[in-house]
Design a protein around this ligand. Structure first.
Ligand SMILES: CC(C)(COP(=O)(O)OP(=O)(O)OC[C@H]1O[C@@H](n2cnc3c(N)ncnc32)[C@H](O)[C@@H]1OP(=O)(O)O)[C@@H](O)C(=O)NCCC(=O)NCCS
Length: 180
């Protein structure tokens, strides 16, 4: 079980995972990255997709308002299980909700301890990227995510109201973690 740089080696299980995200309408999947990817495009040219994801760390090909971020894929037994992205810095939007680290476990692999593991490994990657104190936010309804953050040393700062599409009016919890 490890975090790796995005790689064409995981094409098949990655595409399976995207299909799972697209079929799962749980609120936690709303606005999730990869929800809107085109399966035929991935099938035809996975290499370009992997290269584009990798370029975000250099501040290239970013969506409007995004900061440079490094993405890692969480793999186990040769299979794509989830992903994490580590933002190199915060902007106003991320400071309010979003924080430094985002993570997902593909729907069919949840509830097996992978969420705790990916987050623990993501904190280590954050340290390698030079971060010493990270902001993590979670929808207040997301019990699994809250448990993961709290287990990994998250210190609760406050609760704010989400204004993002699909989450309007729901609370988000903001936590800080000192990376040792
Ligand atoms: C949040 C998420 C990463 C959790 O992944 P996971 O692999 O299911 O997590 P784990 O199996 O490691 O479980 C973590 C904890 O949550 C608990 N848990 C898992 N699913 C749960 C559920 N549906 N309800 C309540 N608790 C739950 C587990 O018992 C575990 O608690 P413990 O550490 O006290 O034993 C996953 O649900 C996900 O990808 N969600 C969508 C994206 C998201 O919300 N990302 C986080 C915010 S950026």
């Amino acid at each position: 079980m490890e975090l790796i740089e995005p790689s064409t080696e995981y094409k098949d299980s990655f595409i399976e995972a995207v299909k799972e995200f697209q079929a799962d309408n749980d609120y936690t999947n709303r606005n999730r990255r990869y929800r809107n990817l085109s399966i035929p495009k991935l099938e035809n040219d996975f290499g370009s997709f992997v290269a584009e994801v990798g370029s975000h760390a250099e501040g290239k090909n970013l969506q409007e308002g995004y900061v440079p971020e490094t993405e890692y894929w969480f793999v186990d037994n040769g299979e794509f299980i989830g992903r994490t992205s580590i933002r190199h810095r915060l902007n106003d939007k991320l400071t309010y909700i979003g924080g430094h680290i985002g993570y997902d476990i593909r729907p069919t692999k949840r509830g097996k301890g992978y969420g705790n593991k990916i987050f623990e490994l993501a904190l280590r990657k954050g340290k390698e990227l030079g971060l010493t104190r990270v902001l993590i936010t979670s929808d207040a309804r997301n019990i699994a995510s809250r448990k993961i953050i709290e287990k990994n040393g998250g210190v609760f700062e406050n609760k704010v109201v989400n204004h993002e599409k699909g989450f309007e009016g729901f609370d988000a919890l903001r936590y800080w973690i000192d990376i040792k």
